[in-house]
Design a protein around this ligand. Structure first.
Ligand SMILES: Cc1ncc(COP(=O)(O)O)c(C=O)c1O
Length: 397
């Protein structure tokens, strides 16, 4: 077997199951699950309809590049959303089966493990796929801690030049999971300068880009920043986007990658052999989703309401601050994050995720320690109920 499989860490939810193994949660309370970032709002009818209307597509093998109309809709969406003058749907866009598989397979296509000590750089805490992708591609992951002291920004100076010079791939996540932080123009400028100097490719994970709180201020995107900074053709930059959170279709498995045409050409070649073409009915439903914004505005409205209600309740009890975007509260805990999670589950039947499970020790610390991630995915009433129970736990600590 591939020995790199043994380098994979248990997934955070496996660790959580282990933590809860011997515990029976308080049955006086109905369970509220806020640990998984799975959207729970209803899938829009227009997506159901488009899927049902296109079942005839199941009779054909899809191409890896995807159908022209879907790529056209994605390119048009990118131009509208990020005020880009042009995106070539033939060379700068590939539909993918959710951003997770693309974030993983991208590393397999990009990393040259014959070069000694190939490095992949990830934020910390982070979406666990980055690390697994790096390890299975034969590279070593290195981490940039995101800490409250600097507003959860990436501090590129944290890693020495020796590691940057071996970096082949850098994952960034904006809006970030779990912190919700959006990378600023100035931070993009610095990252692009590092990429120009060391030659690494940037994978910009933007699966939360459409969940934000101010309709007039959508989060800055990677391609938008590159365009603004005059980086024509998005050199060594690929953005990863998804319908899962935007359109409440985590089960549909639909997203896209967009950016540097030369990188995408190689990625497409990899994907042809990997066998990751998108189901034709899903392609049609995805096109319908990217063409419509009204359901996304409504989706955001639901999150805005939940954040307003929950932050108001928890203000004064815990140090709560609104994230820039995405649907997580990243809350500092007064006791260990693991103990906080355990007590909340045992005594109040609310499940959240310990922050330390989402991070690795780097620079002598685990930056997820003493934080919990609370995904405001459940219906408003359940989120409010959970906030009330968190208040009850806090009064006992
Ligand atoms: C940061 C981040 N990136 C990517 C994904 C994958 O999303 P999907 O594969 O549904 O597009 C997730 C899912 O939770 C995520 O949190």
């Amino acid at each position: 077997m591939n020995p790199n499989l043994d380098r994979l860490q248990p997934y955070p939810f496996q660790k959580l199951n282990k933590l809860f193994e011997q515990i029976t949660p308080n049955q006086d309370f109905l369970p509220v699950n806020l640990h998984i970032g799975e959207p729970k709002h209803a899938t829009p009818a227009l997506i159901h309809q488009a899927l049902a209307d296109n079942l005839a597509g199941l009779a054909h093998y899809p191409t890896t590049l995807g159908a022209g109309p879907l790529r056209g809709s994605i390119a048009a969406w990118l131009m509208r959303r990020y005020r880009l003058p042009a995106i070539n749907p033939e060379t700068e866009v590939i539909p993918v089966n959710g951003s997770r598989e693309a974030l993983f397979s991208f590393a397999q296509a990009v990393i040259d493990s014959s070069l000694s000590q190939a490095a992949v750089i990830c934020p910390n805490p982070f979406y666990q796929i980055y690390e697994g992708a790096a390890l299975l591609a034969g590279a070593t992951p290195y981490f940039l801690n995101t800490l409250p002291e600097n507003g959860f920004a990436l501090d590129y100076a944290e890693l020495p030049d020796d590691i940057w010079s071996r970096a082949q791939l850098v994952y960034v996540c904006s809006p970030g999971n779990p912190t919700g932080r959006v990378i600023s123009m100035d931070e993009w400028r610095q990252l692009f300068a590092l990429s120009d100097r060391h030659g690494f490719i940037i994978a910009a994970d933007e699966c939360y880009s459409e969940i934000y709180f101010d309709e007039t201020a959508p989060p800055l995107g990677a391609l938008e920043a590159a365009h603004h900074l005059g980086r024509s053709g998005f050199p060594r930059l690929v953005a990863f986007s998804s319908l899962s959170k935007r359109s409440n279709v985590p089960g549909m498995r639909s997203g896209f990658v967009a950016g540097d045409a030369a990188v995408l050409k190689k990625f497409l070649l990899y994907r042809t052999y990997h066998g990751s073409a998108m189901n034709p009915a899903v392609q049609a439903a995805s096109k319908a989703a990217w063409d419509d914004e009204s359901h996304v505005v409504e989706n955001r409205r639901c999150y805005q309401k939940k954040f307003a209600a929950v932050t108001e309740l928890l203000q004064g009890v815990l140090r709560i601050s609104m994230p820039d975007a995405a649907f997580y509260l990243w809350i500092k805990t007064p006791i260990s994050d693991v103990e906080f999670t355990r007590l909340l589950y045992r005594d109040y039947n609310v499940t959240v995720l310990p922050g330390s499970y989402l991070a690795r020790y780097s620079n002598g610390i685990n930056p997820g320690e003493n934080f919990v991630r609370v995904a405001l995915v459940a219906p408003l009433e359940e989120c409010v109920e959970a906030a009330g129970r968190i208040k009850m736990l806090m009064s006992c600590l």
